[in-house]
Design a protein around this ligand. Structure first.
Ligand code: GLU
Length: 293
C-alpha cells in the first residue's frame, strides 16, 4: 500500500435535524475507508450551535447509525463540552494579531456591499472593522457592544504563505496529491461568533488535531472550506490531515439533500419500510465492491 498508515477517520454530523441519505452516504463511505485502511471511524457530534442543536437529534444520530450497521469507539466527542479548547486556539491567534473584533451586523455587511461573495455565496466582509483604533474597540466593548472575531486573511497569509491541501482518491492504493489552497476567496472569516465562543472552522481543525484524525472524508459541499482549514492548521501548527471529498447525494430535482430543505430523513425511510440493506444498496455500498464516486 502506498499511503502512509493514517488510521483515524471521523464522521462529524451536527444534531440540528434528522440525518438523511447524504449523511448515510458519508458515514458509510468513511466507515468503508477506515476499514480498508485498517483504521477506525470516530463519531463526533458538532453541536456548537446550542440554539439549533437538540438532544433528541443526538439520540436519533446514534440510533440511525447503529441501524445502518455502524459502530464507533467511546467516548463520543461533543464539541459543546470543549469550548475551552477552541478558546485556547483562538487566544494563540489573537496573541499574534491575526484576528480582530468586528461589530458589524449581517445587515450592515450586506448594505456595505460590492466586494463579491465567498464560496458559500455570502457577501465577502468589506473590512469595515479591520483597522479600528484600539481605543475605538475598547470604547465599543465598554459600551456593551458584542463582537465576532475575524481572521485577518492578509495577515494570516503573510505568516502561513502557500497553504496546500493533500488529497487522496477513494482507493487504498492511491498516492496523495497536493494542490494549492486559496483561502483568500473566503475573505476575513469569522472564527469566534457573537453568540458562541467558537465557529465551525475553528472547532473542526482543533478537534481533528486533538483526536488524531489523519484522514478527513467528507462531501464536496465542504471542498472550499478545506482551504480555510489548511490555513488554520498552518497558523496553529497542527498536523494537516489527508482529505477526500466525496460526491453528494442528490434528490429527484438534482438538488443537494439538506436538513433545511426538509429532505426525506433516514427516519422517514425507516417508517416507509426501507431496510438498512436497501439503503446501503441504494447508495452503492454492496459489501464486496462499493460503487464509490
Ligand atoms: N458538521 C458538519 C456537517 O454536519 C461536517 C463537518 C466536517 O465534516 O468537517 O455538515
Amino acid at each position: 500500500m502506498s499511503l502512509p498508515s493514517l488510521p483515524i477517520f471521523r464522521f462529524a454530523p451536527s444534531p440540528n435535524g434528522r440525518l438523511h441519505l447524504g449523511h448515510a452516504y458519508s458515514a458509510l463511505y468513511t466507515d468503508h475507508w477506515a476499514r480498508a485502511m485498517g483504521g477506525t471511524m470516530l463519531l463526533r457530534i458538532e453541536d456548537i450551535d446550542i440554539g439549533r442543536c437538540r438532544p433528541e437529534f443526538v439520540e436519533a444520530i446514534f440510533d440511525d447509525l447503529r441501524w445502518l450497521g455502524l459502530d464507533w469507539p467511546q467516548p463520543v466527542r461533543f464539541q459543546s463540552h470543549h469550548f475551552d479548547d477552541y478558546q485556547g486556539a483562538f487566544a494563540r491567534l489573537k496573541a499574534r494579531d491575526l484576528v480582530y473584533p468586528c461589530f458589524c451586523t449581517r445587515a450592515q455587511i450586506r448594505a456595505a456591499g460590492g466586494s463579491g461573495t465567498d464560496p458559500d455565496g455570502a457577501p465577502l466582509y468589506p473590512g469595515t472593522c479591520r483597522h479600528l483604533a484600539p481605543e475605538e474597540r475598547e470604547r465599543r466593548f465598554a459600551a456593551g457592544e458584542r463582537a465576532q472575531w475575524r481572521l485577518d486573511i492578509e495577515a494570516a497569509l503573510r505568516v502561513a504563505a502557500h497553504p496546500a491541501i493533500r488529497e487522496a482518491m477513494p482507493d487504498p492504493d492511491s498516492r496523495p496529491a497536493s494542490r494549492a489552497a486559496d483561502p483568500a476567496r473566503w475573505g476575513d472569516v469569522v472564527l469566534v461568533r457573537k453568540d458562541i465562543p467558537t465557529s465551525y472552522h475553528l472547532s473542526v481543525v482543533v478537534d481533528d488535531a486533538l483526536q488524531g484524525v489523519g484522514h478527513v472524508t467528507r462531501g464536496m459541499d465542504l471542498y472550499a472550506a478545506t482551504d480555510i482549514h489548511v490555513l488554520l492548521q498552518g497558523l496553529l501548527g497542527l498536523p494537516p490531515p489527508l482529505y477526500t471529498h466525496h460526491r453528494l447525494v442528490l434528490d429527484r430535482d438534482a438538488d443537494k439533500l439538506s436538513k433545511s430543505r426538509r429532505s426525506e430523513s433516514l427516519g422517514d425511510l425507516r417508517e416507509k419500510g426501507w431496510s438498512a440493506a436497501a439503503v446501503r444498496h441504494h447508495l452503492g455500498f454492496e459489501e464486496a465492491s462499493p460503487r464509490f464516486t
